[in-house]
Design a protein around this ligand. Structure first.
Ligand code: ADP
Ligand code: ADP
Length: 228
């Protein structure tokens, strides 16, 4: 479960990116975060995985008070969250297998646990046969599937994604979305910022719209609602 109570974010240059956000996302939900560019979607997402700290307010995530945790607890929180980015953020010199394994090495899993688990998640994203390839040898959609495998490998309760289909063509975007849906059906909470109007309007999940740093809409089976 994710909760925010009166969350504000002001960047050091004075930009008020979020202004009093209150939200509750239940375990197992699938939520789209939509809104115009510059509305505060990325900031909202970054606060969840502790990339940014709120200026004011409280954030609870899977039992942790994210706004209060000590530096040394950040890895524990990150372990309970998988994050997927628009630009994949794979390590270019590591193979597909190594990119995914790295996320387990960071949490000090044993080599004995790592190999079967990595092959398991690569199976889920249908990339077992490309385990030895480098990211640059893969298409964009395949790279995003590696990123998704990496996000899932430690079995987090929550997957957070910031524009995961932003660099992909429509057909590939749908493949990635089907994977997110499958992951959600297995019980993982999904929170995704997106500009993909077609996907939001077809999948009909909960939609939270952020405009000028505030929640403008929060609807079950909502729509994208913008013309961009
Ligand atoms: P969105 O993801 O909806 O495009 P962002 O959360 O990226 O919105 O940005 C919200 C506002 O905060 C924008 O005005 C943006 O320029 C500003 N902003 C984002 N990141 C920073 C930063 N690191 N420093 C200063 N301002 C920022
Ligand atoms: P897309 O149609 O998504 O642009 P690509 O044309 O980039 O896909 O890739 C098509 C297939 O060829 C993918 O399965 C990818 O893994 C493979 N591929 C692309 N570039 C290379 C490369 N440099 N070495 C090996 N395989 C590659």
């Amino acid at each position: 479960m994710i909760e925010m109570f009166d969350v504000w974010k002001t960047y050091p240059n004075g930009t008020n990116a979020l202004k009093g956000i209150n939200i509750r996302i239940e375990k197992g939900e699938f939520v789209y975060v939509v809104g115009p560019s510059g509305a505060g979607k990325s900031t909202f997402i970054k606060l969840m995985y502790r990339e940014e700290k709120p200026t004011k307010g409280q954030i609870f995530l899977g039992g942790f008070n994210v706004s209060r945790i000590k530096e040394r607890q950040i890895p524990t929180v990150r372990r309970s969250i998988g994050v997927v980015f628009q630009d994949f953020k794979l390590l270019p010199t590591l193979s597909v297998f190594e990119n995914v394994a790295f996320a387990m090495e960071v949490i000090e899993a044993s080599p004995k646990q790592i190999k079967p688990r990595v092959m398991d998640v690569l199976g889920l994203v249908k990339l077992k046969h490309k385990a030895k390839m480098l990211p640059r040898e893969l298409s964009g959609g395949e790279q995003q599937r590696v990123a998704l495998a990496r996000a899932l490998v430690n079995n987090p309760g929550i997957i957070i994604a910031d524009e995961p289909t932003g660099n992909l063509d429509p057909e590939t975007s749908w493949e990635i979305m089907k994977l997110f849906e499958e992951i959600n059906q297995r019980g993982t909470t999904v929170v995704m910022a997106t500009h993909n109007r077609e996907i939001v309007n077809t999948m009909r999940k909960r939609v939270i719209a952020i405009e000028a740093g505030q929640i403008a809409r929060d609807e079950q089976r909502g729509e994208y609602g913008y013309e961009d």
